[in-house]
Design a protein around this ligand. Structure first.
Ligand SMILES: [Zn+2]
Length: 189
């Protein structure tokens, strides 16, 4: 049985590197895996998934996957979706249809929560309906598990604003819940 997977983590928890490795693992054994990313995420240039450690691969947009004929989707052994937090509820439901009716596993990677500790729409839907949900862990500067994605500027932590603020990976830091509450971006701040 195909499954819908959700691997979530805070900023810089190597979700994208994991997505690229999953693709590599399928291809290495002669299977076809398709890489997608949500259309909102154009930080890395068009139709490329790039990880911080330098790995990158071409991909298509999630909307393009969902427009593909079923016969073409069925040619793949696996669909991999990066930055899935930006997907809509309907897009996640469409991914679950690929799993249930086309029998193609879909593996999603993304953030669980935004800079205000609220669920992203894509992540909220996946938490509700995914078959397998697993955390990719990363740490706060204090060594505790990081769960919050703090947005910051020169003045410090930012608490208000739009949920999506792209083109600014360097404006976020992963913090544990306590240091998020305290607004402490590092040991001396
Ligand atoms: Zn901490």
């Amino acid at each position: 049985m195909a499954k819908l997977y959700f691997y979530y983590g805070a900023m810089n928890s190597s979700k994208t590197a994991n997505a690229l490795m999953t693709h590599f693992n399928y291809e290495e054994v002669g299977q076809k895996a398709l890489l997608c990313k949500t259309d909102t995420d154009t930080r890395d240039g068009v139709r490329v998934i790039r990880s911080r450690i330098g790995l990158e691969m071409e991909c298509i947009f999630l909307s393009e996957l969902l427009d593909m004929p079923e016969e073409k989707i069925k040619e793949y052994d696996c669909i991999i979706v990066d930055e899935v937090q930006f997907a809509t509820k309907n897009q996640i439901d469409a991914l679950s249809d690929i799993v249930d009716f086309l029998e193609v596993p879909v593996v999603c990677y993304g953030l669980r929560t935004d800079f205000q500790n609220n669920l992203f729409p894509g992540s909220e839907r996946l938490i509700a309906i995914a078959d397998t949900i697993q955390e990719i862990k990363t740490v706060c500067w204090c060594g505790r598990k990081a769960t919050a994605n703090a947005r910051f500027n020169k003045e410090g932590i930012v608490r208000d604003g739009e949920q999506v603020f792209l083109g600014a990976n360097d404006s976020y830091v992963a913090l544990c819940r306590k240091h998020y509450k305290l607004g402490m971006l590092g040991p001396n701040e």
